[in-house]
Structures are given as C-alpha cells and as structure tokens.
Design a binder for this molecule. Structure first.
Ligand code: HAM
Length: 427
C-alpha cells in the first residue's frame, strides 16, 4: 500500500472504533459521577482572545510563553487555541454571571506545542470540572473526591494523590522571597539559575539533579502559610481523611499555571513512566475571576487527561474494548426486503444491530462473506435469513462468541430471543 499524502499532524492522533468505545465509556462515567454532584456541562469556544490565556494562565507559565498555538484571524484579532479549559470557563463565568456557587464540567481538546512522546501530545483531551463562588474547604475535598471516584470506577488501583498549598496573596509573596534568597547561593541547573530570582517556585519541580539537591532542604510553603491558609489546608486534610482518601503532602507540587492559590493537587498513575504519569491535576484559583475582570470570586477545579487515563488503564489491564459491541448482525442471503425489516424491528426494540449490504452488482454477498463481516462486527449473534427460513417463517440464530451454537427461531420470536440473550438492555 502506498503511504497516504496526509497524516494526522505530529503529536496528534485519530481515534477510531472500536478503541473509541473506551473514550465513550470514560466520558459517560465522568459525566455520571460529576452530574451526581450538581455539575452541569459547559461548552466553550476552542479559541479565545489571546488575552484570556495571557491574563488567566499567566505569562510566567511555559504553557503560555512557549507552547500556545497563537494566530491572527482574518480580522486582525490575536487569538489562541485553548491550552487548557479553566481560563475559558472563568471567562464565560465573568461574561454571563450565573448564580453562585457555579459548578460546571467539560470535555475538551487542549493544544500545547510540546515535544511529542508517549503520553505527551500537541492535542490532548481533558475532562474537567470548575466550581466557583465559595471558599469552603469542603468544596476542595469534593472536587478531589470526584476525581478519585472517576479513577476508581474505571478499576484503576494504582493512582496516588499528592496535595500542597500555594498560600495566597498575603503569604505567597513573602515565601517566594524567602525561597529565592535561600536558592540564590545554591548551585542550580542552568535554566533555573537564570530564572530563580523571577520565579523561584519553578525550581522546586525541576527534575534535574542539581535543583533536586538544592531544594531538598529549602523552606516549604506549607510551613510558611498565613493563619487562614494554614486553617484551610488543615481542613482539607481532615476532609480527605474523613472520606478515607489517602494522600501525601508534596512540597514540590507547584503546578505550571500562575493562577493557583491555596490547594493544589495531582493524581499520578504509578503504572506509567514517572515523567508522564500525571493523570489529573488541579487546584484553587481564588484570584482568577478578578484577573479576568469579574468580582472577587474564589474557584477550584481539575483537569484529567483522557489519553493518559487510558494508558494507565492499559497498564493496569482495566477497561478493555469489549468483545461484544453489538447484540446482533443480520445476514440475509435472499436479498429481498427481509434484512431491512428485521434490522429495523430489532433496532426499534433498543437492540444494537448491524447488517451486511449488497455487493456492487446488487446481489447479496455470499453467506461466508457476510458471516466474516458478522464476526468482525463484534456482535453476539448472527441472525441468518435464507430461502428455507423465509419459507418456514423462521430465522437461524448463530452464536458468534461461544454460547448456543445454532438454533431455529420462529420469525415472530426473534426480537424477544435476542433481547433475552443480551440481558434485556444496552450496557
Ligand atoms: P494540567 O495539569 O496542565 O492542568 O492538565 C491536566 C491533565 O491533562 C494532566 O494531569 C494530564 O493528565 C493531561 N495533560 C496535560 N498536558 C498533556 C499533554 N501534553 N499530553 C497529554 N496529556 C496532557 C490543567 O490544564 C488545569 N486547567 C487543571 C485545572 C482545572 N486546574 C484548575 N481547574
């Protein structure tokens, strides 16, 4: 086969059936979980005025300075594809002023010009929630518990939670200075030696040996929180413990966006390589609504990467593509209207049904070819209609994946028979 002229751009992927079944499952489970806690779907544009991201995510963030897909539209406006979901949801909140507390969830592509590798893409997809309008640490516990529930409902057992606090505008600046003063005389990697005065927090999550060694005994934010932030952090810990959610405090967890205040958290899949094992992360952003022109309004949320969660599922052997994806496949070697009618009847009963179509000469394809198609379709049974069946008012039901081998069923009983076999309803 000659190679096609066009391929998906570097760092992007096509997702086709049956693999996409897992995407549907994951999105459906996510929606069920968060809607059960009062979150409603939010749909935003995939691009925004670039200012939303510059002011929202912050110019101290690599996602904004190095990785954003920016363009000028035909009207000369500077726009950018969304590198994440939070800033747009908050922009929409400021624009529409819905009542608070406001709880929204989303599923969205996110675009970052990164060096592509396993688990790191230029277009990835996030499921996320954002909740605006309350400082209550119970809300922090709630959003973390929702993420935890999503991983557990998929069957993932090796996902661990790290939390930290970034303080707020009354304690973070002083800590930042303290950290910068501590680090300035230490030996750091070349990149952070340059940036330490400007943004010493980034040094904490640098993976290079020099920075790891230099920061090991550095002052930690959690030891320098102001009283209200310390109280908030303590209540977060109590709430997680009350729900039986295990966590560790990680002083290196500073996250990549400027908007975070107080609680930050990240979920790591132990079954994945360390560099790309974050399967979700988030935190509070109590100043973001104001930064985007709204009234002072606290907020918190998280985003989880669809691709990385599915990689973690592969590594733990959970959420496989099911072998049975259809209830029945109609095989018609007569070529009249029977396949059309029977397929419609089965589908009207809520069953998942596919069928074979005629060859290009208008004749039905051979029984062998149709049964091959039936096997490939992932159907539980093939329903065969031939001359004999038509004459006798029956259909032959043939099991495709084990089960009863072959049976004659009266034509009027076919729907009931397949319904019973499929457990009565769709999974
Ligand atoms: P983030 O940590 O940048 O946070 O992304 C959230 C999740 O998206 C990550 O934990 C990871 O699973 C996935 N992800 C990120 N970048 C990539 C990539 N290049 N390739 C594959 N997967 C990726 C945010 O985006 C924040 N908006 C989360 C948030 C919501 N904070 C508060 N509210």
């Amino acid at each position: 086969m000659s190679s096609p002229s066009f391929q998906a751009p570097k760092g992007t992927h096509d997702v086709l059936p049956p693999e996409s079944w897992r995407w549907e499952q994951l999105i459906a489970r996510f929606a069920t979980t968060v809607e059960g806690a009062g979150y409603g779907l939010v749909v935003n544009p995939l691009f925004e005025d670039i200012g939303v991201f510059l002011r929202g995510i912050g110019e101290g963030s690599e996602v904004v300075t190095k990785e954003m897909y920016e363009f000028e539209d035909k009207g000369g406006r500077r726009q950018a594809l969304r590198p994440e979901g939070t800033a747009s949801v908050v922009r929409a909140f400021v624009q529409h002023r819905p009542p608070v507390p406001f709880k929204g969830w989303y599923v969205t592509p996110a675009f970052r010009y990164e060096a592509p590798q396993a688990g790191r893409y230029r277009q990835h997809h996030q499921l996320g929630v954002e909740a605006l309008g309350t400082h209550d640490p119970d809300l922090d516990v709630e959003v973390i518990a929702l993420a935890d529930e999503v991983y557990r409902s998929l069957g993932l057992r090796q996902v661990t939670l790290k939390v930290n606090s970034m303080g707020d505008s009354s304690c973070l600046p002083a800590y930042r200075r303290l950290l910068a003063d501590y680090l300035v005389s230490r030996s750091l990697c070349a990149e952070h030696r340059e940036k330490v005065a400007l943004n010493p927090l980034r040094t904490l999550d640098c993976k290079r040996d020099e920075c790891r060694a230099a920061t090991e005994d550095a002052p930690r934010m959690v030891d320098h929180l102001c009283a209200p932030c310390a109280e908030h952090f303590a209540r977060l810990g109590d709430g997680l413990a009350a729900l039986g959610i295990a966590y560790s405090v990680d002083f290196r967890l500073v996250r990549g966006f400027d908007y975070y205040t107080r609680t930050t958290f990240e979920f790591g899949a132990e079954a994945l390589a360390a560099a790309q094992n974050a399967v979700g992360g988030g935190g509070r952003y109590d100043g973001l609504v104001e930064a985007l022109g709204g009234p002072p309004t606290p907020g918190i949320g998280f985003g989880m990467g669809v691709e990385r969660i599915l990689l973690a599922c592969d590594a733990e052997g959970v959420l496989p593509v099911p072998e049975t994806r259809l209830d029945a496949f109609v095989v018609d070697v007569v070529g009249g209207r029977e396949a059309l009618a029977l397929t419609a009847e089965l589908r009207a009963a809520g069953l998942r049904v596919d069928r074979a179509y005629a060859s290009d000469d208008g004749q039905p394809r051979s029984m062998k070819a149709q049964l091959r198609a039936a096997d490939r379709s992932g159907a539980r049974v093939a329903i065969i209609v031939g001359e004999d069946e038509l004459a006798a008012g029956t259909a032959t039901v043939k099991a495709l994946q084990g089960g009863p081998v072959q049976e004659q069923v009266s034509r009027s009983d076919v729907v009931e028979w397949v319904t019973k076999l499929s457990g009565g309803s769709r999974p």
